[in-house]
Ligand binder design. Structure first.
Ligand code: ZN
Length: 280
C-alpha cells in the first residue's frame, strides 16, 4: 500500500494511492496515518479494505508529510562511506545518531527555507524508515518486523550551524521545513529489497546525488537493533538512515542553497519530492 496525507497544513486527511495513481479518502476508517494505525494489526485492517470502495479525492490537493504525530525523528549520520569521505570525517565505528525536531517536518513538495542568517544550507536525500511495532532491545533478525514502511526524506541541513557553531549537530538539522517526508508511506510488504534502492537528488536540474541504499555502512536492521538498545521505538517514529555522496558541502568548491532553487529527489518505488527554496 501507498499511504499518504493530503490537504492543507495541519488539517491533512488520511488517504491511499490506488492502482491508477488516484487518491482515495480513508477518513471514514481512520483519523490519521499515525500511531496505532501503523502497527501490524492496524495495517492489516487497511489492507482488507477494497480501494474501489473508498471515495475518490478530486482535484490536485497538497500532499502533506506521509506520517502524522511523529514522536521521534531520528537520524543516522555518515552512513555512507563516500559521504563520510566528502565531509572530511572518518567512517564511524558505530552509527552516528542525531535528532531532527519534529517541527521541521513538512510535506514533500512544500517550500524549504534558507533560515535567516544562514549561508550553508544543504540537501541530503535519505531513506526514511517508519516504525510500526514499537519495542526495545530488538534483535537484528527481528528488526524488519517492526517496520511499517518506508518513505523519501530530504534531511535539509545548515552546515555552519551543524559543524561550526559548537555542540551537537542538532542546531543545524532542525529548522522549520528542513524535514520533508513523503509523498507516500510505502508499506514494507510493497518494498522488495530495502537494502538495494536507487536514490537521487537534483538542484535546478543538475544531478548531485546518485546512490543506492546498497552502500550503507549500517543497514536498516542493524540501525533499528542499535537504536533500540538506547531508547524505545514507538509506532510513527521516523528514522532517516543517512545520505549517499553528492551533498553541497562535498562539491569543490562547496555549493549551498541561496533561495530560488528547485530541488527534486526520489528513491526507487517510494516516489519523488520537489521543493522550491525560499528565504525565511
Ligand atoms: Zn542526513
Amino acid at each position: 500500500m501507498k499511504l499518504l496525507r493530503y490537504g492543507p497544513k495541519g488539517h491533512e486527511k488520511p488517504g491511499l494511492l490506488d492502482a491508477a495513481g488516484g487518491i482515495r479518502d480513508l477518513s471514514a476508517h481512520i483519523d490519521d496515518i499515525a500511531g496505532d494505525v501503523l502497527t501490524p494489526e492496524g495495517l492489516a485492517r487497511l489492507q482488507a479494505i477494497d480501494p474501489a470502495s473508498l471515495p475518490q479525492v478530486s482535484g490536485d490537493p497538497r500532499i502533506g508529510p506521509c506520517v502524522g504525530r511523529v514522536g521521534k525523528f531520528i537520524c543516522i549520520g555518515l552512513n555512507y562511506a563516500d559521504h563520510a569521505a566528502e565531509s572530511g570525517m572518518d567512517i564511524p565505528k558505530e552509527p552516528v545518531v542525531f535528532n531532527k525536531w519534529t517541527s521541521a517536518i513538512s510535506g514533500p513538495n512544500d517550500d524549504v527555507e534558507v533560515p535567516r542568517g544562514a549561508t550553508k544550507t544543504d540537501w541530503e536525500v535519505e531513506l526514511g524508515v517508519v516504525i510500526g511495532k514499537g519495542g526495545r532491545y530488538i534483535d537484528e533478525a527481528d528488526a524488519l518486523s517492526h517496520v511499517a514502511g518506508y518513505c523519501v526524506v530530504n534531511d535539509v541541513s545548515e552546515r555552519e550551524w551543524q559543524i561550526e557553531r559548537g555542540g551537537t549537530w542538532d542546531k543545524g538539522k532542525g529548522h522549520d521545513t528542513h524535514g520533508p517526508i513523503g509523498p507516500w508511506l510505502v508499506t514494507a510488504d510493497a518494498v522488495t529489497d530495502v537494502n538495494n534502492l536507487g536514490m537521487w537528488l537534483e538542484v535546478d536540474g543538475k544531478r548531485y546525488q546518485n546512490g543506492s541504499t546498497a552502500t550503507m555502512i549500517f543497514n536498516v536492521p542493524q540501525i533499528i537493533a542499535y537504536l533500540s538498545r538506547f531508547l524505545s521505538l514507538q509506532p510513527g517514529d521516523v528514522i532517516s538512515t543517512g545520505t549517499p555522496p553528492g551533498v553541497g558541502l562535498g562539491q569543490k568548491p562547496p555549493v549551498y542553497l541561496k533561495g530560488g532553487e528547485v530541488m527534486r529527489l526520489g528513491i526507487d518505488g517510494l516516489g519523488e519530492q520537489m521543493q522550491k527554496v525560499v528565504k525565511a
